[in-house]
Design a protein around this ligand. Structure first.
Ligand code: NAD
Ligand code: MG
Length: 391
């Protein structure tokens, strides 16, 4: 069936992969809306190529510049701006499927709007689950939205799950590449530059998630994400380092059958699986050469090397209540590191201290979550040594 897409975060890495797939299958997909934050040039090129009815950018100035350039070519894309417009295109009647690929907490409200509107949601924005798992899953259930995980590990698990409701898995195993600093001497971690942290050995991704992979905060957040998506207690979700990034995750059943999904590390595979679901479609990804690839190796993560993973696992095992604080503090600390204002090894310190120092965590409603998020960001900004206006 033909799907009309809203792509939230079109100019990012997930956005690029999604539009590559749309271009390969023009008969199956059309684009209703594309959104970007500040990259007007790239969104302009995407609008010319995919002819969306609506485009959304961060502010009025960007909107008028984009609108003028499109009108000059006679294109009728309506250009809107701001968070309300993101929510509107996520919930619009003219769209069937929402690809949620904005980075960070900024993507929460629009992803939630898609859930409340009962859309088919391809979920890349893991913050919707890390910040508001209970609320988000309740909205999905209430509106009968269809949730399809795009994060490669969760997509792998989704593919390995049995369709039969009585065949519940016993455990999940999330694989992690270990990032660029898996073997780097521990005493040199504080000298790491943003470009070194973003040079992931296997995946091409946006800078925020690349840093999260280097600290392994990403994997800790993925445990929380898997907990909500698959109703699995965090104690039964194991993390294994697998530097080859060929096995994308595994599901273990009571009879000790272990099912894994394999493929080259290219996000077009999980996105294509979710876009076409329940069918399959070509993705343009290189076929996996099992006899030519490196030997597949697995090991347990060293929590002294990856204190951010330890902090995230502690939050998960304590019931995920503090995960909104974990997310907020990490976003602030990673932004400070990327701006050259914080050492790599201080990211975990800022997150740990923010978790200790944020009182009164409320997560019952979107407003409560946003309030807790704001207070945690303010605390983390202070602990990063930044002036209050920076965030
Ligand atoms: P990216 O940085 O490459 O792109 C982010 C997109 O979000 C851009 O289009 C940007 O314009 C938009 N954006 C940023 N700030 C915004 C704001 N305040 N308001 C509105 N839009 C804003 O990020 P990415 O790597 O594509 O990741 C997107 C999401 O997918 C993240 O949540 C990430 O964790 C998740 N994810 C990414 C990958 C990957 O391989 N890239 C894999 C799994 C999950
Ligand atoms: Mg992932």
């Amino acid at each position: 069936m033909h799907q009309r897409l809203t792509l939230l975060g079109a100019t990012g890495s997930i956005g690029d992969s999604t539009l590559d797939l749309v271009a390969r299958h023009p008969e199956d997909f059309s684009v209703f809306a594309l959104t970007a934050h500040h990259n007007i040039d790239k969104l302009y090129r995407q609008c010319l190529a995919f002819q969306p009815a609506v485009a959304v950018v961060a502010n009025a100035d960007g909107a008028s510049r984009l609108s003028a350039r499109l009108k000059a070519l006679g294109q009728h894309t309506e250009v809107l701006h701001g968070p309300q417009a993101l929510m509107a295109v996520a919930a619009a009647d003219e769209c069937d499927t929402v690809v949620a690929a904005i980075v960070g907490g900024a993507g929460l409200a629009s992803t939630l709007a898609a859930a409340q509107a009962g859309k088919r949601i391809l979920l890349a924005n893991k913050e919707a689950l890390v910040m508001s798992g209970a609320l988000f899953m309740a909205s999905v259930a209430e509106s009968k939205a269809q949730l399809l995980p795009v994060d490669s590990e969760h997509n792998a698990i989704f593919q390995c799950l049995s369709n039969h409701p009585e065949a519940r898995p016993e455990r999940l195993i999330l694989t992690a590449s270990g990032g660029p600093f898996l073997t780097r001497p521990l005493e040199t971690l504080e000298d790491i530059t943003p470009d070194q942290a973003c040079a992931h050995p296997k995946w091409r991704m946006g800078r925020k998630i690349s840093v999260d992979c280097a600290t392994m905060m990403n994997k800790g957040r993925e445990v929380i994400e898997a907990h909500w998506l698959f109703e699995m207690p965090p104690e039964r979700i194991e993390v294994l380092i697998h530097p080859q990034s060929i096995v994308h995750s595994m599901v273990v059943y009571a009879d000790q059958s272990v099912l894994a999904q394999l493929g080259n590390p290219d996000m077009r595979t999980p996105i294509a699986q979710a876009l076409a679901y329940p069918r399959r479609m070509a993705s343009g990804v290189e076929p996996l050469d099992l006899t030519g690839c490196e030997p597949l190796v697995f090991s347990k993560p060293d929590l002294r090397r990856f204190p951010c993973l330890r902090l995230a696992l502690e939050v998960a095992h304590a019931g995920c209540e503090l995960s909104v604080v974990l997310n907020a503090a990490n976003e602030v600390a990673v932004a400070a590191f990327l701006a050259g204002a914080l050492a790599f090894s201080d990211i975990a310190r800022v997150v740990g201290q923010t978790l200790e120092q944020t009182a009164e965590v409320a997560i019952g409603s979107l407003e409560a979550i946003e309030d807790t998020d704001r207070r945690a960001r303010a605390r983390a900004t202070q602990l990063s040594g930044l002036p209050p206006t920076r965030q």
